[in-house]
Design a protein around this ligand. Structure first.
Ligand code: PLP
Length: 399
C-alpha cells in the first residue's frame, strides 16, 4: 500500500481513537525511523518510552528469533522457564519478593489495585478498600486505571467509574492528609507524573507518603510504567528517590517492544493472593519474557545506567541553555532521559514543526513538549534535536 492508501484505509476501518500525522512508518534502525517515502526521522518518542534500546538491537533480535522458533505461547496453565528467570531477575534487583506478569501498563495498574484491595480486605478486621490517587495523574484507560487517573478529560462520558477512589494534590502532603480516610488501603502515585506534563515528585513528598503509609497501615504503590527501568538513570525510579514502595507497576520498556507488564510486590501483599484470584492468558509468555530477560540484563548494566544519567544531564543542560536564550521557553522539567518543556506555543503545533525538520517528539498534555528518546541516545542526537528546537523557535510556529 502507498502512503495515502494506508491513511485512507485507516480512516475507513479503524475506530478513531488516534490523531496521527500524515506519514507511514516502515522501519527503524538505531535512533532513526524511516517512512514509506524514504524520509528519515531522529526518534525522540521511542514508542512512548518503549523502545529504550532503539531499533534493531542485535542481541534482542537474536533472542526473539531463537525463542519464536522454540515456543511462543503456552498460557499460564503450564510452567515455562523464561517467566521464572525474568521474575527472579526483577526480584533480585528490587525491593520486591514476587512478580505478577501481564501485558500493558494499564493491566499492571489493574492488578496492583486488586492486590491492594485484597490486602485491605484480609489484613484488617474492618476492611479497608479506598484508594488515594493524585490529581493530574495518568494510570491508563481500563476502568480501574482510569478511575485512579486524576484528569477529568479522560473520564468524560465513561462514568460511572470505580467507587472508593479519593484524590489529593500531587507534591502536597497536607492535601494527602486531608484526603485520607480510615478505610484507605493504598496510595498510588507516579514518582514523576508523566502524561500529566513530566512533573517530578519532590523527594520529601514521597518520603512523607512512605511515613504516612507506615503510620496508618496503607500500601504505597509507585506507577513506574513510563519512568521505570532505567529512564531515570537508576533501574527503578524509587531508587532515584531513595524511597521504597510496597508495589511497583512496570510495562513499557520491559518487553523490548512486545507487550509485557509486571507488578512487583512484597510478600506482605502477595500472601493474600492465591490461584484463581488474578490471571492473564498472555501475561508473562515465553516470547515476551525471553526478550524481557535480555532487555533487563542490558538496562541493569552499570555502565549503561551511568550513560543514561550523563546523557540525561546533557539533555537537560542543553534545554536549560535554550530556555536562557529564548523567552518562548517557559519551563524545563524532568529527570534522566525524559524532559517536558513548556513554551508559549501549543505543544501539538511544535511537534509538527519538529517533524517537518526530521525529528519526532510528542506532547505530554496540551502545553508540554516531551522529549523521550531511546536510552541509547548520544550527545550528537541531543544536539541535533535541541538545534532543531532552536530553529523552530527562531523561524516561528505555524498555527
Ligand atoms: C504512568 C503510566 N501508567 C500507566 C500507563 C498505561 O500504560 P498502557 O498504555 O501500556 O496501558 C501509562 C501510559 O502512558 C503511564 O504513563
Amino acid at each position: 500500500m502507498r502512503t495515502q492508501e494506508v491513511i485512507t484505509a485507516e480512516a475507513q476501518y479503524l475506530v478513531h481513537t488516534y490523531t496521527r500525522p500524515p506519514f507511514v512508518l516502515e522501519r527503524g534502525n538505531g535512533m532513526h525511523l524511516f517512512d514509506t517515502e524514504g524520509n528519515r526521522y531522529l526518534d525522540f518518542v521511542s514508542g512512548i518510552g518503549v523502545n529504550v534500546l532503539g531499533y534493531g538491537d542485535y542481541e534482542v533480535l537474536e533472542v526473539l528469533g531463537e525463542q519464536a522458533r522454540r515456543l511462543i505461547h503456552t498460557s499460564n496453565l503450564f510452567y515455562t522457564e523464561p517467566q521464572v528467570v525474568l521474575a527472579k531477575m526483577l526480584v533480585e534487583r528490587s525491593f520486591a519478593d514476587r512478580v505478577f506478569f501481564c501485558n500493558s501498563g494499564a493491566e499492571a495498574v489493574e492488578a496492583a489495585l486488586k492486590f491492594a484491595r485484597r490486602w485491605g480486605h484480609e489484613r484488617f478486621s474492618s476492611p479497608k478498600t479506598r484508594v488515594l490517587a493524585m490529581h493530574n495523574s495518568f494510570h491508563g484507560r481500563t476502568y480501574g486505571a482510569l478511575s485512579v487517573t486524576g484528569q477529568s478529560k479522560y473520564h468524560r462520558g465513561f462514568e460511572p467509574l470505580l467507587p472508593g477512589v479519593d484524590f489529593a494534590q500531587f507534591n502536597d502532603l497536607d492535601s494527602v492528609e486531608k484526603s485520607l480516610t480510615p478505610q484507605t488501603c493504598a496510595v498510588i502515585v507516579e514518582p514523576p507524573q508523566a502524561e500529566g506534563g513530566v512533573i517530578p515528585a519532590q523527594r520529601e513528598f514521597l518520603q512523607g507518603l512512605r511515613e504516612l503509609c507506615d503510620e496508618r497501615g496503607m500500601l504505597l504503590i509507585f506507577d513506574e510504567v513510563q519512568f521505570g527501568l532505567a529512564r531515570s538513570g537508576e533501574l527503578f525510579t524509587y531508587q532515584h528517590y531513595g524511597v521504597e514502595p510496597d508495589i511497583v507497576t512496570l510495562a513499557k520498556p520491559l518487553g523490548g517492544g512486545l507487550p509485557l507488564g509486571a507488578v512487583l510486590v512484597r510478600e506482605e501483599v502477595a500472601q493474600y493472593i492465591g490461584p484463581g484470584d488474578h490471571a492473564s492468558t498472555f501475561g508473562g509468555g515465553p516470547l515476551a519474557c525471553s526478550v524481557g530477560i535480555k532487555v533487563l540484563e542490558k538496562l541493569s548494566d552499570l555502565q549503561f545506567l551511568r550513560k543514561v544519567r550523563e546523557n540525561g544531564e546533557y539533555l537537560h543542560s542543553r534545554l536549560m541553555r535554550l530556555q536562557a536564550r529564548r523567552s518562548e521557553v517557559k519551563e524545563v522539567r524532568g529527570i534522566g532521559l525524559i524532559a517536558g518543556v513548556d513554551t508559549e506555543f501549543e505543544a501539538k503545533a511544535l511537534v509538527e514543526e519538529f517533524r517537518k525538520r526530521g525529528v519526532l517528539v510528542c506532547t505530554a498534555g496540551s502545553n508540554t513538549l516531551r522529549f523521550i528518546p531511546p536510552l541509547i541516545v548520544e550527545q550528537r542526537h541531543i544536539d541535533e534535536a535541541v538545534d532543531v528546537f532552536h530553529e523552530v523557535l527562531e523561524q516561528g510556529v505555524q498555527a
